[in-house]
Design a protein around this ligand. Structure first.
Ligand code: BEZ
Length: 252
């Protein structure tokens, strides 16, 4: 996972990502004091929330700019820099927690990530996560696809949004027993009148790498936003069409 983040803007305008993550933590069954790795911890907000719940939590992320903020804002917490698909811990932990991260990993790298998670856990340890699930942001990606195609470009959707069945099979192959899984729609408010444009600017960078001209990029974004305004904007509020996949799996 090698994403260039505008880490300050992410913290300021997309804090809903972490707010929702607090409810994912409720799936952890590890007792207070248990060791927890926050995989893809970003700015460390949820690592700190895990600490507040009494866990011995530390964070791991691949982004130097996110970790700079995490270390600045939470000086008492240990943060490691590593790729989620290529990491190992000196000692195994009781639980691995991850929020809004797995969809950034290529489909063909998911088994590698799950092997790392497996090896980072004690036998009987749990992996609790939420990520974008099958159908996530379907309308947003359809609008982008059309805006690209209308101008002669191909839109390549950069995320992995698995079904329950698909991800359960991967977990089982990697040596886990799936104990809980849910896929549900969660319309998600975006901040301000420019919320959708800001979301596109923040999260859809790689598809634009095929377009050199910034004016064409801007035109595509404007066309997609105009289309989406008819579908995802009402009463002065943008609602992004999020679908979440939440799972809890135990290392055998
Ligand atoms: C998500 O949390 O589902 C998500 C966030 C940004 C881009 C794509 C998906």
């Amino acid at each position: 996972m090698n994403i260039q983040w505008d880490a300050e803007k992410y913290s300021a305008d997309f804090s809903f990502v972490h707010r929702y993550g607090n409810t994912v933590m409720e799936l952890l069954t590890a007792p207070e004091g248990a060791s927890v790795l926050d995989l893809g911890c970003g700015n460390g907000a949820l690592t700190a929330a895990l600490r507040e719940r009494g866990y011995a939590a530390r964070g791991l992320d691949g982004s130097a700019s996110q970790l700079e903020i995490a270390r600045r804002d939470h000086p008492g917490i240990e943060f490691l820099q590593a790729d989620a698909t290529d990491f190992s811990l000196p000692e195994p932990v009781d639980a691995v927690f991850s929020n809004a991260v797995l969809h950034w990993i290529d489909r063909n790298l998911q088994p590698k990530l799950l092997r790392c998670v497996h090896d980072a856990l004690k036998p009987g340890g749990e992996f609790v996560f939420e990520c974008g699930g099958f159908g996530n942001n379907r309308r947003i990606h359809a609008a982008m696809d059309r805006a690209f195609a209308d101008r002669g470009f191909r839109y390549s959707m950069p995320f992995c949004f698995p079904t329950i069945g698909e991800y359960a099979a991967l977990l089982e192959c990697a040596g886990f027993r799936v104990e809980y899984a849910i896929l549900f729609e969660r319309p998600t408010p975006l901040k301000g009148e420019s919320g959708m444009r800001d979301w596109i600017d923040m999260f859809l960078r790689t598809p634009f790498s095929v377009i050199a001209d910034p004016a064409v990029q801007a035109e595509i974004k404007a066309a997609a936003v105009e289309q989406l305004r008819r579908e995802l904007y009402a009463d002065g509020q943008w609602l992004a069409d999020y679908v979440r996949l939440r799972m809890r799996a135990v290392r055998l």
